[in-house]
Design a protein around this ligand. Structure first.
Ligand SMILES: Cc1ncc(COP(=O)(O)O)c(C=O)c1O
Length: 658
């Protein structure tokens, strides 16, 4: 394994003192064990300090003098204050909140400095005059060690190395059932010995319990909370899909109002059914040229918050799958002013805390809950997510009950370990890796545009008109490309990239491809993609006629609570008759299922919603002409596509909402 480098920046305006300090500290680092490669370096000005913090991703900690002066060049005795320690600490925290900051103080000013910095994230103080270099080194080393700790992963490794005989689940018994099999040992070899050895049972007490953690899982979650700026963090091993449902069931009693973007992930819509919430659907904006669904316009949100001040919660997705992110602070403020809790689905944005280009995160913007698919954008195994909580009224007991309701009693320990490790990596090298990802994203954009055929869509291209003044930002790690001039349909292009160039992309619309860059994107991958697109572009194919997908109809009306409608037996009615005509008997009936075409994945109907002619014609159009679109929720009676409806009697038995 490569040895890490951890630079500690000392900021002191007096060159000679600084030189002696850095020398003393480096000598201490050399004379004591130094597992994190700590090296001290110094700067005399605030400007240099901030520049170093931005440019040097290996900086892990700072030692800041409590006052930084500059000598007046005209008058050797006049000194100008560059910046107070308080201001500097605030600036550093805005850039990289994960850095440890210590302040150098003079004994006589201790009270004043400590008071001023009381509410800031300062890790401690050193007396300048003491010159206790070894002491300072030890403390900084311990701080880095704390961030580098992976309590769950360490314990898992430790347990595996203890090589205990397994008289417990899982049945493969550390892989012993597979290892020598003439039929399935290839699986053991392919997946790898340690996956099996680390696949253990809740019967091993030293590995703690995900359902009531008090040991190493609790410790790992605490470290994650600190890293992500949360009061509490919970590891979820069934993805953000489950994380969203857990929060809904905690916050929403049956009948409680929930404001939600209709474009929220399907887990949110499932959560509505499970919790029995009364949803108020907010229509997403849509970019008609590319059929990309974006955030809910700010004015729509403010209006909904005002009109539904009895709502219990609001949930939004930020950033969206396409990288559009809300200007969250004013929205959250407006919701909080009405006592509405805010949940932000950050499934695609779990890295954002670790580079200022992506901040503020949902929690920094004031959200009560944030759910993150750590596995989508950081180094965790699939399904490994985090729930971050900053709700001042958090009901820990209720949350725990709901968390446990959705959590397997046999969680996969490698996933928990991967969350522990992903957090450590994000804290210690997230900034550096994200800086590289941003660089690669910028390069890739230039390269794609240089093909003259493919064009990257920037914020202005992606923004639906109604969002022009909403201060929406684009996450540059999501790269959406207009492919309409390449002479291939999107399906043909995806196939060509896959079959001829070994490239698999993230998602598509009828005329765009979206590429996802992460901290694992390498320059080689970027150049291979560029090469592939350039070769395809050079074929100079005549542009193809591209059939655009139709915009989804706006939300109609919710007659009954989705949960009530969903749990009715209902009856099936065909959407198309034997002659392929749209069945007009469906009009004015109420749907019992959620019907969602993929893509874009927005439900056209939810349980309890009124069906109209526009909706049936839209769905029929999807089924007839768009073979690449799967319509989830349609029931096939033989060859006939049907919709499950509430019967007249069921409708009479339910409480009408409007
Ligand atoms: C916005 C959003 N939320 C939640 C999820 C579910 O996340 P997971 O795959 O971690 O269950 C997804 C998955 O694509 C998503 O796009």
């Amino acid at each position: 394994m490569k040895k890490p480098v951890s630079r500690v920046l000392v900021i002191n305006d007096e060159k000679l003192i600084l030189k002696a300090f850095v020398k003393g500290l480096n000598a201490a680092a050399k004379s004591i064990e130094n597992p994190f490669g700590i090296i001290f370096c110094g700067v005399t000005t605030v400007h240099e300090a901030l520049q170093s913090i931005e440019q040097d991703g290996d900086i892990q900690a700072l030692v800041v003098d409590d006052k930084l002066y500059t000598l007046d060049s005209g008058n050797r005795h006049a000194r100008h204050l560059q910046m107070t320690a308080l201001e500097l600490v605030q600036k550093i925290s805005l850039i990289r909140p994960e850095l440890n900051i210590y302040v150098l103080i003079a004994q006589e000013r201790e009270g004043e400095v400590v008071d001023a910095l009381f509410s800031e994230t300062v890790d401690g103080y050193f007396y300048r005059e003491e010159q206790d270099y070894r002491g300072i080194y030890r403390i900084l080393n311990a701080q880095i060690q704390e961030k580098a700790r992976t309590p769950f992963y360490d314990q898992l490794k430790h347990y595996v190395l203890m090589a205990k005989d397994a008289w417990h689940t899982p049945g493969h018994s550390s892989g012993d059932s597979l290892r020598d099999s003439p039929w399935v040992s290839d699986f053991y070899e392919f997946i790898g010995e340690h996956i099996f050895r680390a696949d253990l049972s809740v019967s091993v007490p030293m590995l703690d319990s995900l359902m009531g953690p008090t040991g190493v899982i609790a410790e790992a979650q605490k470290l994650a909370a600190r890293a992500f700026g949360a009061q509490r963090t919970f590891f979820a091993t069934n993805g953000t899909s489950t994380a969203n449902k857990v929060i809904f069931q905690t916050l929403l009693a049956p009948g409680n109002k929930l404001l939600l973007d209709r474009n929220c992930h399907k887990s949110v819509h499932h959560g509505v059914i499970l919790s029995g919430a009364h949803p108020v659907y907010l229509d997403s904006s849509v970019n008609k040229k590319f059929n990309i669904y974006g955030p809910v316009p700010k004015q729509t949100l403010f209006k909904a918050i005002e009109e539904h001040d009895d709502a219990q919660a609001l949930i939004l997705t930020s950033c969206t799958y396409d990288g559009l992110r809300y200007d969250l602070p004013p929205i959250i403020q407006a919701a909080h002013a009405r006592g509405i809790k805010v949940i932000i689905d950050e499934a695609w944005y779990g890295f954002a805390r670790f580079h200022p280009a992506f901040r503020p995160t949902a929690l920094e913007a004031g959200a009560d809950y944030a759910t993150q698919s750590t596995h989508k954008v950081l180094s965790a195994f699939s399904q490994s997510s985090m729930i971050h909580v900053n709700d001042p009224d958090f009901n820990a007991h209720l949350f725990r009950e709901n968390f446990n309701m959705h959590t397997s009693t046999s969680p996969q320990y490698s996933m928990i370990a991967s969350l522990d490790v992903a957090r450590k990596q994000a804290v210690l090298e997230g900034y550096k890796l994200l800086a590289r990802t941003l660089e690669l994203s910028a390069e890739l954009r230039v390269q794609i545009n240089s093909t003259g055929v493919f064009q990257v869509l920037e914020l202005a291209d992606l923004l639906p008109d109604e969002l022009r003044d909403d201060h929406i930002q684009l996450d540059p790690t999501k790269v959406t490309v207009d492919i309409s001039r390449c002479g291939l349909t999107v399906e043909e292009l995806i196939r060509e990239l896959f079959e001829h160039y070994n490239i698999q992309v993230e998602k598509s619309t009828f005329n765009t491809l979206t590429l996802l860059l992460t901290i694992g994107t390498t320059r080689s991958k970027v150049s291979r993609l560029y090469d592939a697109l350039m070769r395809i572009a050079r074929k100079n194919r005549a542009p193809r006629r591209i059939y655009r997908t139709v915009e989804i109809p706006r939300f109609t009306a919710l007659y009954y609570l989705p949960r009530d409608a969903f749990y009715c037996g209902g009856e099936l009615m065909p959407l198309l008759d034997e002659k392929d005509s749209v069945n007009s008997d469906l009009n004015s009936r109420v749907c019992a299922d959620q019907i969602t075409p993929y893509p874009p994945g927005i439900p056209v109907l939810v349980p309890g919603q009124l069906i109209t002619r526009e909706i049936t014609h839209y769905l029929a159009g999807m089924l007839r002409s768009q073979k690449r679109i799967a319509v989830h929720g349609i029931v096939y009676d033989g060859y006939l596509p049907c919709i499950r409806l509430l019967t007249a009697e069921e409708e009479r038995s339910l409480k009408r909402l409007v």
